[in-house]
Every structure is written in C-alpha cells, then in structure tokens.
Write a protein of this length. Structure first.
Length: 218
C-alpha cells in the first residue's frame, strides 16, 4: 500500500517480475473495505498513507488479521515511527530508497513466519539469553534504539558521543548476528526493552566534571 501512484506501479511491476502475486491499494480505507486476507499474505505498508495513516492502519490489522505479515516502508528520518510500528506488530521495516534484494528478503522472511506461527512469536527466553552477550553499555544503547531515540539523544543521555553510540550499535548488531536494525529491534522488544519510562529511570545523564589541581609554583 502506497499513496504515491508511481511508487505503487513501480513496486507492483518489480514484484510481479519476481514471481509474486500482487494487489495494489491506494489507501488504508480501500484496503480494509475490499481486501480478502483469509490466505497468508505480506502487506507492504507506507507510513505516510493518506485517509488512514500507516500506524493507525497497523493497529487495526494487528487486532484481527492474523494471516498478514506487515512490512513497513519508511522514508529517511522516520526511524522513530518505524520503531513504534514494530512495537505495534510490524514484522520488518525498510527505509526508502531500498535495494530490491532487501525487499525480497523481507518478503521471504514474512511468508516463512506465516507458515510457522511459532516463528512469528519471538521467544522471550531466547531473546534475553541473546542480550546476555552484550555489555552493560551496549545494552543501554540498544534500549535507547528500542525507544526510537536518535543517536544524538542516546549519546546525550548516556554522556557519550554520537560516534561512540554508532560504535556500540555496530557491536550490538555483530553480537546478535543481525544484518538490519529491524532484526535487532525485534530481539530487543522480545526481551522487554523499549520502555521510555524505564529509560528515564535508568539512564545516566551527562555530567560535566572538572579536574582540580594545585596551582603551579612560579
């Protein structure tokens, strides 16, 4: 689902050439009114949908459409909204512009999950065990990412630089054997991270310190 006709036609053409059966929708209201989702399907949902915005659409789907795996399409600078979408039940999110292989991989994962309902439910014990590989600081950075905060906010609250946050983020992805932020976030949510209230309780505010030395003798 994409409100841009050109983007919609482009996606439709690409996916049909890749062997998928596709149906294109211009907005959420049209989809809810006309779609037959009794068979397993993957839904590509743009966060900037007209008539019914993407997040509201997702909340409606997760309440009763169990045969759909939702993949969010999001523009640059919308990571916070993408995080909220995953908390609301989205399977994955992809930033535009994206490589065709990235989209095809997300669709394959979505259909595989629908074929195995247990795979659709993240295992909390496994996720917590995976996070046990992280250092305390890496876990803090992951918590901030799961809250949807940008690197600058995480850096300020933890009293480190934005560049250091990027380094910790890379370490987290490597330790969790993940190739995308969406994969990392799914593990974080399953382990119970992502609460902004908890973040404000445990974050370490930036502190300015001054080292005092005796005056030099002159």
């Amino acid at each position: 689902m994409d409100g841009n006709p050109l983007a919609r036609r482009g996606l439709d053409f690409m996916l049909r050439n890749a062997g998928y059966k596709t149906v294109a929708w211009s907005n959420g209201a049209e989809f809810l009114r006309c779609a037959d989702c009794t068979d397993p399907a993957c839904l590509l949902l743009d966060l900037q949908m007209p008539v019914r915005d993407g997040l509201a659409m997702l909340e409606r789907l997760t309440r009763g459409w169990q045969s759909i795996a939702v993949i969010i399409l999001t523009g640059h600078g919308e990571i916070e909204f993408a995080v909220e979408a995953m908390k609301a039940g989205a399977r994955d999110f992809i930033e535009k512009p994206f490589a065709p292989d990235r989209l095809i991989g997300a669709l394959d994962d979505g259909f595989a999950a629908l074929a195995d309902k247990e795979a659709l439910r993240r295992n909390r014990d496994w996720a917590q065990s995976a996070l046990a590989r992280l250092t305390e600081r890496e876990r803090q950075v992951l918590h901030g990412l799961a809250c949807g905060f940008p690197n600058k906010t995480i850096a300020h609250d933890l009293g480190i630089s934005a560049r250091t946050v990027e380094v910790y983020r890379a370490h987290v992805m490597a330790k969790l054997d993940s190739t995308s932020l969406a994969e990392v976030l799914a593990i974080a949510f399953a382990a119970g991270l992502g609460s902004k209230q908890q973040w404000h309780q445990v974050r370490q505010p930036q502190q300015l310190t001054m080292e005092l030395r005796p005056p030099e003798e002159g």
